[in-house]
Design a protein around this ligand. Sequence first.
Ligand code: F6P
Length: 361
Amino acid sequence: MKKVVISTGGGDAPGLNAVIYAVVHACYRRGWEVYGSRSGYSGFLDMDDMVQLNPRSVEGIYSTGGTILGSTNKGNPFARPVENLAGEIQIVDVSDKILNNFKRMGFDCHIAIGGDGSLQLAKQFADKGMPVIGVPKTIDNDLEATDRTFGFDTAVSTATNALDKLHSTAKSHDRVMVVEVMGRDSGWIALYSGVSGGADVILLPEIPFDMEKVCAKISDNELNDKNYSIVVVAEGALEKGGQVFNKGVGELGREEVILGGVGEYVAQQVRNHTAKDTRSLVLGHLQRGGSPTTFDRLLALRFGTAAVRLVEQGIYGQMVALVSSKMEAVPIAEAVKSRKKVDLQSDKVLTARNIGICLGD
Ligand code: F6P
């Protein structure tokens, strides 16, 4: 008999509920108890936020977006901003309290579903002695040690559908459409959707772009009687010698700045240098919403059950990973040591170049 607790942290991603579904079912078949901590670690601090899960409470959720447990990217328990009686904000470390409550509640293992930030926290708790297993989530696909994170395929599919729709309106108006997609540090969404969605230009954080090259591609299209162009820009893309565009610091407790603005910048530059009608749009959180694709559902269900098998074997401090189509266990530390970048020598990048897509260099 084991008692397992699941949490979902950081930005949501399609497939979170499928992982929860898989963990709950796999645990129940073993006669174990499963709990869910709401909003990241809140359940460890407030019993009202700790919910028991069973097959009935997760019925049908494998196909739904979001997370039934809620999520947050403001909840770092090692540096939590708390307002004191004088109305001042103090940074408090509540990690010991969480660890004590974890033990007091009798849990054997914490299955932490998260991206880079949440798995960093999971690693910190593992270092403090909490038995933890990580599950790799992020639409950005930028976690090391796994070939894929769940959520990415759905985000790419949403972005590709958007590009398909933009072709007809761009063509009708002889316009340049600049689409900003998510991808803070890595251009996976931009590359996959851009290649699959017929982009003329794809700008990635991995390749600082040269506006002259971008505009030259658009002008080339004109010379070849293609009077419209589609430009896909990752939110973390930057111009050569420039900086990543951001909207400043977000909400209290959020450690990363909110990115955004590069799409409109590129659109303005294109307008100024090519005199083409140009519009920009930001796909934003649309990419995080909706039902997970079949690929993401299956991957999430595989990750969830693989995590439970690790609990059964008593293997902790590991993250379940997809490595060459197989479920593997890798140290959480490996997954969070750096962000996984697009390999510029990969065949996907070569494919983009070979079919004439400009990558801004
Ligand atoms: O990490 C995933 C991600 O979707 C990033 O691509 C994006 O910059 C960020 O989350 C947005 O976070 P928020 O939901 O706080 O706006």
